[in-house]
Design a protein around this ligand. Structure first.
Ligand code: COA
Length: 339
């Protein structure tokens, strides 16, 4: 039977100390769009895209694929890797900014398909920081004792909200999904999570239409809302802000940058990732990079990178991981994890 409230962990003094990552999974759609493919449909070129962003290709959904179908495959792989019974999961949190529908949430659309019990299921919208936000929710539920196993996913279909006629944004984004299963543990585990937002930058990175403000703006993009970004301004604030949160995260744990084994950053731009590595005195060999093949998959990018490096054996149990992301809002978040 599903256990919403577990007296073993929820009554005073007997709380678990940590959540730990029991398993990871990810999924990418099959369709590859290379920079050369984009050259054919807009005024851009492979060299510009590679030099300015590090991106060579990205994946995009085709008809019939949605955020939920990508998320479902990623979650199934994470559940399998964690070797848990889906019926034991106490909470499902999805970071996404491109949900299938206004409602039900993408998490609810998938809950029964994944075999989860009648546990809480919700989407969290924090744009590119969505996974970091979702992870922090899962971690807190476990640490406060109200959940023992939590499924956390980041999944997006950004290709559905870019204007494919605008080179400034179209070349940057891709689709995908990544997931982790968290479980209660006396050993670390997630050491800390950090989330922040600053609504003063709403206009710098936004979409031009929506449910409540209406659809007047969509005429020029085939009836779809589109991402509007002043890339250069975002770039500068992102580097500065991520630098701050990295310091905050290390100092909250009384740790030094030399304690880190791996940086698993949000994959928006290779130059931002390289700046973070320099700040941490980390060799790029210890930074997980997927932006060259995935582009910016928003909330999916960190769990996709994590899963890739876990599955290819780079990340080993006991390694110290720093995860970080920055996105629209602005929002930003991080996690320090002893894997
Ligand atoms: N192909 C060719 N040229 C392009 C282009 C493209 N796809 N996109 C823009 N350009 C041109 C611009 O028109 C501009 O031309 P101009 O100098 O003649 O005016 C020139 O390239 C430089 O544009 P700019 O926007 O200043 O480039 P940039 O070095 O800042 O790189 C981004 C643009 C978007 C790659 C970069 O700013 C970035 O990655 N920003 C951060 C994005 C991010 O982190 N988002 C976070 C969360 S989603």
């Amino acid at each position: 039977a599903h256990r919403v409230f577990d007296p073993r962990v929820s009554t005073g003094g007997d709380r678990v100390k940590y959540s730990r990552i029991a398993g990871t999974g990810s999924y990418l759609p099959d369709k590859i769009v290379t920079n050369h493919d984009l050259e054919a449909i807009m005024d851009t070129n492979d060299q510009w895209i590679r030099e300015r962003t590090g991106i060579r290709e990205r994946r995009t959904v085709i008809e019939g694929e949605t955020t939920a179908t990508l998320a479902r495959a990623a979650c199934q792989k994470a559940i399998e890797a964690a070797d848990v019974d889906p019926n034991e999961i106490d909470l499902f949190v999805m970071g996404t900014t491109t949900p299938d529908l206004v409602f039900p949430s993408t998490a609810c659309l998938l809950q029964k398909q994944l075999g989860l019990p009648d546990c809480g299921a919700m989407d969290v919208n924090a744009a590119c920081s969505g996974f970091m936000y979702a992870l922090s929710v899962g971690d807190k539920y476990i640490r406060c004792g109200d959940a023992r196993k939590v499924l956390v996913c980041g999944a997006e279909t950004l290709s559905r909200i870019v204007n494919w006629n605008k080179r400034e944004t179209a070349v940057l984004f891709g689709d995908g999904a990544g997931a982790v299963v968290l479980e209660a543990s006396d050993e670390p585990g997630i050491l800390s999570t950090h989330i922040h937002a600053n609504g003063n930058y709403v206009d710098v990175l936004t979409t031009n239409a929506g449910i409540s403000v209406g659809w007047d703006a969509v005429a020029e993009n085939d009836g779809k809302p589109e991402i509007m970004m002043r890339g250069n301004e975002v770039f500068k604030v992102a580097v500065r802000t991520l630098g701050r949160i990295v310091e905050e995260t290390l100092s909250a744990n009384d740790m030094d940058k030399t304690d880190l084994d791996w940086l698993i950053p949000h994959q928006a731009n290779l130059r931002i990732i390289a700046a973070m590595a320099r700040m941490l005195d980390m060799n790029m060999d210890h930074v997980v990079v997927t932006v060259d093949r995935h582009g910016n998959t928003s909330a999916a990018s960190v769990p996709l990178a994590l899963d890739e490096a876990v599955r290819d054996g780079r990340i080993q149990r006991g390694d110290m991981l720093l995860l970080e992301a920055f996105g629209g809002g602005f929002t930003w978040g991080s996690a320090l994890i002893k894997y």
